[in-house]
Design a binder for this molecule. Structure first.
Ligand SMILES: [Mn+2]
Length: 337
């Protein structure tokens, strides 16, 4: 159950505010984008001034399907003047580094009023008000409940945004976090979407040629370890350059999830050197018993048991070594690397 004291405090703060900021987290996923756009639509209906900033990522690949996506400003938090804003509603972000990794975002947002709404169990509760519900599949699902509680009329645009957020964070209702309630909520949203099959078709089949080229590179660079139970695809900046791939056009999540299609590989990881000696990890596991938050915690990351992200600052070779050692330590039952 949602704590009604917090939700009414959140609504009160919103009503007291004039200028409200929303953001997308680095490498924004459909939950980040859909939640921000759906909340914006609600805030606009209350005559608030709303700014959504795109944050660190310039990548717009999977954005086109979202209604009003053009309203998102191509700015990061450090390019945003917070002095004219009353409230920052921080969605789908477990800690300040999910606002920006380009500087000390915690310090930069210290003086603005903050509401955190999130479903990551690793959330650091860094807002003035925090609504963190780890049993919800997605931030979009939390917003669905809030809108319901506040008797907000769900428009077609809001329905598409929330549907895609829930659908995507549940891996199309196939991730282990999927609940009957999340599917039920989507069925209610579906009633507000005219051409759902078309929306879903475009959403599921929208890879760029660059993304597929990156998947090919990932499969070529795949290391199969721990008795065929772990797959780590390690890609360096050099590999990317050699293949004319730029960091903004690749999709690490798509790679780790493509690897997870293999029924043998219990843990799959895409490790990509996105800046020199800066290796970002997208991790997936097929089973909750391989709890990836254990690995994420060792490498300043976060996320969920079966889907997590992290960062290793070292040469790619050294990073791979550290990663294998961490897997060995966290899951001794996998045996030797
Ligand atoms: Mn999410």
């Amino acid at each position: 159950m949602i704590d009604k004291k917090i939700t009414s405090k959140i609504l009160k703060e919103i009503k007291l505010s004039e200028n409200i900021l929303l953001h997308l987290h680095p490498s924004p996923d459909p939950d980040s984008i859909g939640s921000a756009l759906a909340l914006q639509e609600f805030l606009l209906s209350l005559d608030k001034k709303v700014t959504i900033i795109a944050g660190d990522s310039k990548d717009k690949n999977h954005l086109e399907i979202f209604p009003n996506v053009k309203s998102i400003k191509a700015k990061n938090i450090f390019e945003t003047d917070l002095s004219k804003l009353d409230l920052f509603i921080i969605l789908d972000s477990s800690e300040p580094s999910q606002i920006s990794k380009l500087g000390d975002s915690q310090k930069y947002i210290a003086n603005i009023k903050k509401i955190v709404i999130d479903h990551h169990p690793t959330n650091k509760n860094f807002g003035d008000l925090n609504l963190v519900l780890p049993k919800h599949t997605s931030t979009a699902e939390i917003l669905f409940d809030l809108f319901n509680l506040w008797k907000v009329k769900i428009t077609t645009n809001m329905a598409i945004c929330l549907f895609l957020g829930i659908y995507s964070d549940t891996g199309g209702f196939s991730n282990l976090n999927t609940t009957p309630q999340s599917i039920y909520k989507c069925s209610i949203l579906a009633k507000n979407i005219n051409n759902l099959p078309r929306v879903m078709f475009e959403f599921r089949n929208n890879s760029s040629a660059q993304e597929l080229k990156f998947i090919k590179l990932g499969l070529v660079n795949n290391n199969i370890l721990f008795n065929n139970k772990v797959a780590i695809s390690a890609i360096t900046l050099k590999d990317l350059k050699k293949n004319n791939l730029d960091v903004e056009s690749i999709n690490k999540v798509q790679l780790s999830e493509t690897l997870r299609k293999c029924k043998d590989w219990q843990i799959t990881i895409a490790m990509v050197e996105t800046k020199s000696n800066y290796n970002t990890l997208s991790m997936r596991s097929r089973n909750e018993k391989y709890d990836l938050t254990k690995i994420a915690k060792r490498f300043s990351g976060g996320g969920h048991k079966v889907a997590a992200g992290a960062l290793i600052e070292a040469s790619p070779k050294e990073a791979l070594k550290q990663l294998i050692a961490a897997i060995h330590k966290c899951f001794p039952e996998l045996g030797e690397p």
